[in-house]
Unconditional design. Structure first.
Lengths: 291, 291
C-alpha cells in the first residue's frame, strides 16, 4: 500500500479522542490531496486495501464505513475518489452545525445531561445556551475523559457546564430534563455510541426522560457492533498480577430506548433510520461475515 | 476538644478510600486507647462534641452514626465508652467474614458484578472463588478508583477478576448473573452506598438480575442521604475556566431496587431492615433536622 495511505491508517488507529466527524475529516482531507496528486494514475488496488483496512481499524464508526464504501465504489478512478472525499469532508464539517439548528430548540432553557464528546452535541449546546436557563451536565467519560475535553470547550465559549463522574450519572440524571448524545453509527436495530450511551439510556428509561440521539446522515451504515478491545492499560496499570481489564469504547443501544434521532434533515423515526441504513449500496468487498 | 480527638476527626475527614468498616475500626481503636488512659476522669463534653463532629465529617456512614450514638449514650463514663469501642471494633472486624459465610453460597460458581470496594464483598468473593466458575467484574469506581484497589487485592489472592470502566457497566452487566455491593448505611427507605450503586441497581432492574446488598448490623441507622460535596479537583483539573465539577461519593437506592439485604445474621427482608433502623435509640444530640 502507498506509504501515504499507511500513514493515514496509522493515525486513524492511534486516534482515541476524536469524534466520528473529526475522524472522517482527518481521512478525507489528506486522501483527497493524495488522489489529486495521483491524477491519471491507477491506484485501485491500494485504495481497495486502504478502504478495507479503514473499516478494520475503526469498525464501529458509521462515517468511516460510508467513507470506505464510497472509496470502494469509486476506486477505479482516483479523481472521482478525490471529489467524493471533498464532499464528504464538507458534509462532516457542516452537518453538526445543521443538526444543532434543528435540535437546539428542543433543549433550550433546560438542564441537559450528556456523556462523552460529539461535535453535533457541542454545537447544539452552544446554540441552546443562548436561551436563559440552559445548563449542561457532562460525564467525565473514562478512560479517555473526552467528556472533560468537551466540557472545557463548552466552558470556554460561555456554556454553563458541570462535570460529574460516570458512576454519578444515575444520581445526577434526576437534575436533568433531557439527555442528548452523539452517535458513532446508526444501524438496522439501533445506535452504536461511545461507552456510557447504554448507561444514559437506562437512566432515561428509569426516569422517563427523553434521549435525543444526534447522527448526521453519513453515520447510517449496515454494520454490527464490533468488540474492538482497546488498550487495557488505560484502565489498569500494567503489571497488576491476577487482574485483567476489558476496555471497550463502543456499545449498542436498540431503537426502543431512544426517543428521537436527529440528522441534518431533521427528526427521524426509527423507521426512517432503518430505511436509510437498508438503502446503502454495499460494495461486495465490505460485506460483513455473519456475526 | 482534646487534641487526640481532633486528630481522629482529621483522619476520618481526610480518608477518601476506606470502606465503612475500616473507617469505624480506625475510630474505635484509638478512641478506646484514649478512654482507657482517661480512666476516672471526665471527658463528657469532649466526647459529645467529638461524636457530633464525627457524624458531620462522614454523614452518610451508618457505622459512624451508630458509633457516635453509642458514644453519646455513654459519654458520662469513659470506661463505658472504651468498652463500647472495643466491642464495636471487634464487631466490624468480624462481621464481614460472617456475612461472607452467609452470602458466598448465593454467588458461588457465577459471574458476579460489583462496584467500589467493601470488606464484606471482598470476603464474600474470596470465599465464593473456591467454587469452579466463579468470576468477578469490578467497576473502576472513579474518582478514587477504589474498585481497582479491591480488584488488586482479589487478584493477589487468586480470585478471577476483570476491571471495567464505570460507564461500561450497562454493557458488561449482560455478562454477569448476579450483582453484589456493600452498603454504607441502611436507612428507613433503602440503602446509602458509594456512587455507582444506583447505576448498578438500574442495570439489575433492566436485566432482571438480582442485586444483593451486604450490610452488617452496625450500618442500620436513621440517617438521610447528605449531599456532602467532595473535592472537585478529583474530577476536574483546577483552573478550568467556566466549568465546575460536582463530586459526590454517596447515593441512595430505595428498597424496591434491592433483591436482598444480608447482615451477619443472614438474609433480611426490607421489613426486617426497616425494623432494625426504627429500633435505634437515638440520642437527642443526634436528632436530625428534617430535610
Amino acid at each position: 500500500m502507498l506509504p501515504e495511505l499507511e500513514a493515514i491508517l496509522h493515525r486513524v488507529r492511534a486516534d482515541r479522542l476524536s469524534g466520528a466527524s473529526a475522524l472522517a475529516i482527518g481521512v478525507c482531507d489528506p486522501l483527497r490531496g493524495l488522489c489529486e496528486r495521483l491524477q491519471g494514475m491507477s491506484a485501485q488496488k491500494d485504495l481497495e486495501e486502504f478502504a478495507q483496512a479503514l473499516v478494520r481499524v475503526q469498525p464501529n464508526m458509521g462515517g468511516i464505513w460510508n467513507l470506505a464504501n464510497g472509496i470502494l465504489h469509486r476506486s477505479a478512478d482516483v479523481s472521482s475518489v478525490a471529489s467524493f472525499c471533498g464532499s464528504m469532508s464538507l458534509h462532516c464539517a457542516s452537518a453538526s452545525v445543521r443538526i444543532a439548528e434543528v435540535v437546539a430548540s428542543e433543549v433550550s432553557g433546560r438542564r441537559i445531561i450528556t456523556t462523552s464528546s460529539s461535535s453535533a452535541v457541542f454545537h447544539t449546546l452552544v446554540k441552546a445556551s443562548g436561551e436563559r436557563g440552559t445548563s449542561v451536565i457532562v460525564c467525565e467519560s473514562r478512560p479517555m475523559r473526552e467528556g472533560i475535553l468537551m466540557a472545557r470547550e463548552l466552558g470556554r465559549v460561555g456554556v454553563s457546564v458541570t462535570v460529574i463522574a460516570d458512576a454519578a450519572l444515575a444520581l445526577f440524571s434526576s437534575d436533568a430534563s433531557v439527555a442528548i448524545a452523539g452517535a458513532d453509527a446508526v444501524n438496522r436495530s439501533g445506535i452504536i455510541g461511545k461507552i456510557g450511551l447504554a448507561h444514559l439510556a437506562m437512566a432515561c428509561d428509569s426516569r422517563n426522560m427523553p434521549l435525543l440521539v444526534l447522527a448526521d446522515s453519513s453515520k447510517f451504515a449496515p454494520i454490527s457492533l464490533s468488540k474492538d478491545l482497546r488498550d487495557p492499560s488505560e484502565l489498569l496499570e500494567p503489571g497488576t498480577p491476577g487482574v485483567s481489564a476489558e476496555n471497550r469504547y463502543f456499545e449498542h443501544v436498540p431503537f426502543e430506548h431512544v426517543s428521537a434521532i436527529f440528522s441534518e434533515k431533521g427528526r427521524l423515526s426509527s423507521e426512517d433510520a432503518q430505511r436509510a441504513v437498508w438503502g446503502a449500496k454495499v460494495h461486495p468487498k465490505l460485506v460483513q461475515k455473519p456475526q
